[in-house]
Design a protein around this ligand. Structure first.
Ligand code: ATP
Ligand code: MG
Length: 401
């Protein structure tokens, strides 16, 4: 198989200047010698990206992923080592990079397209498709400084894919788009891959990385921890990073509403031994405990739970009425458990929404979105990708060997 990008012993050093806030006079007095610390954002990183693969870069904040992408895009020059690229590159890096804020969307499409190597005629012929994919027709003649971050990304991504590069580099930014746009982008990646093109992706959404990428490279403090099959490395990465996440930090509430007769106080996630934990393995028991407070006597309440991936895909919901429970009434404090005997989720991060509603489910007492978060690490069954672990089996080939 041929190689799209070869990264050979790449190191990148940044200078961190001290005494930044000193006056101009003080810095002039000090003379030409500015004081700085040297800092290696990348250190001897080497791996190969096969042509036609979807390749991921993973690692914690500050581990060097964006710096490496910029080296691949030739926006930064490595201090040692080299990057060999076979084919044309389009990059979607930091939000709005490559866009001129004062120019309109239309002008930026032309500017960006020409930077990415298209002639005026070529851009003209693709212009409608670019604007159409971005879905921002109404705003195309507005200066992009007035765009929302989602609009920026839509237009940037649309230009990048429509210049039809051999290699597409995408740094995180897609997370800014809404669910519909993200789905459109995923389709585009699939088309891209089907056409034998190479995609290099950076994302903290591990479920996506595990599913979308063939291979990943894992960076830690600028050094390569490993490069290899996405499933294995992402699972190792999730295991390592989740091992030290405290249980208390697992709440990321993103919205709350309701009339308040019953309030959902908190949600606990318990393992098979009733221990509160924030990480489970595929196939393990999980109990979601909803602690409530009924501020008055409420008849026939219904408690509900929902689970989404952190990328926002709706995975599951279940409420007590559908579970065949008719709770006559509640008053004061209490809790209710919902038990999943064998967690059928593949590795990734999931958000739990909890609610208390009335018997018709049309009136909400309290709904707390993403009140709790949990991680899933590789367990049994161990399947290759996606959200659910279906426990599927392969049977032997029927046919001639
Ligand atoms: N231009 C720069 N000057 C100085 N330091 C920089 C520069 N660009 C990046 N760094 C530093 O290099 C390190 C790696 O940064 P980088 O942006 O590559 O990390 P990252 O893996 O993309 O992180 P994140 O997940 O937060 O996006 C960080 O410590 C960052 O502060
Ligand atoms: Mg980054």
């Amino acid at each position: 198989m041929s190689t799209a990008i070869e990264v050979v012993d790449v190191s990148k050093r940044f200078r961190m200047y001290k005494e930044r806030n000193q006056s101009l006079k003080a810095s002039l007095m000090r003379g030409r010698r500015a004081k700085y610390d040297e800092f290696w954002a990348l250190r001897d990183v080497g791996f190969e990206i096969p042509e036609g693969s979807t390749y991921g870069l993973i690692g914690e904040n500050g581990s060097g992923k964006s710096t490496l992408l910029k080296c691949l895009a030739r926006i930064l020059v490595p201090d040692t080592g080299s990057v060999r690229v076979n084919g044309s590159i389009a990059a979607l890096l930091e939000l709005g990079s490559g866009f001129h804020p004062e120019l309109t969307g239309r002008e930026n499409v032309y500017l960006n397209g020409s930077i990415l190597g298209l002639g005026k005629k070529e851009i003209e012929s693709r212009f409608d498709e670019i604007v159409d994919f971005a879905g921002i027709e109404q705003f195309i003649d507005q200066p992009v400084k007035n765009y929302s971050s989602g609009m920026y990304v839509r237009l940037g991504f649309s230009v990048a894919i429509n210049v039809d590069p051999d290699i597409l580099l995408v740094d995180e930014v897609l997370a800014v788009g809404d669910a519909a746009f993200q789905a459109k982008c995923m389709e585009k990646f699939a088309d891209f891959r089907a056409a034998g093109k190479t995609v290099v992706l950076v994302s903290h959404a591990m479920g996506t990385m595990r599913t979308m990428c063939d291979h990943v490279a894992w960076l830690d403090h600028g050094k390569l921890v490993g490069a290899g099959p996405a499933t294995e490395l992402v699972d190792d990465y999730i295991d390592k990073t989740h091992a030290d996440r405290p249980v208390e930090e697992s709440g990321h509430e993103s919205g709350r509403h309701g009339s308040g007769e019953i309030t959902v106080e908190r949600v606990e996630l318990l393992d098979g031994t009733d221990e509160a934990v924030s990480s489970f393995r595929t196939g393990e028991a999980l109990t979601i405990r909803v602690h409530y407070r009924a501020h008055e006597t409420v008849e026939r309440p219904v408690f509900g739970l929902a689970v989404e991936t952190i990328e926002g895909t709706y995975v599951w919901a279940y409420h007590t009425r559908d579970g065949g429970m008719d709770i006559p009434s509640v008053a004061g404090d209490g809790f209710i458990d919902c038990t999943v005997p064998r967690l059928p989720l593949q590795p990734g991060t999931f958000d739990v929404t909890a609610s208390a509603v009335d018997w018709t489910t049309q009136h909400t007492y309290d709904l707390r979105r993403h009140l709790s978060r949990f991680d899933v690490e590789a367990g049994e069954p161990r399947e290759s990708g996606g959200i659910v672990a279906m426990g599927a089996t392969w049977s032997p080939i029927k046919g001639d060997a």
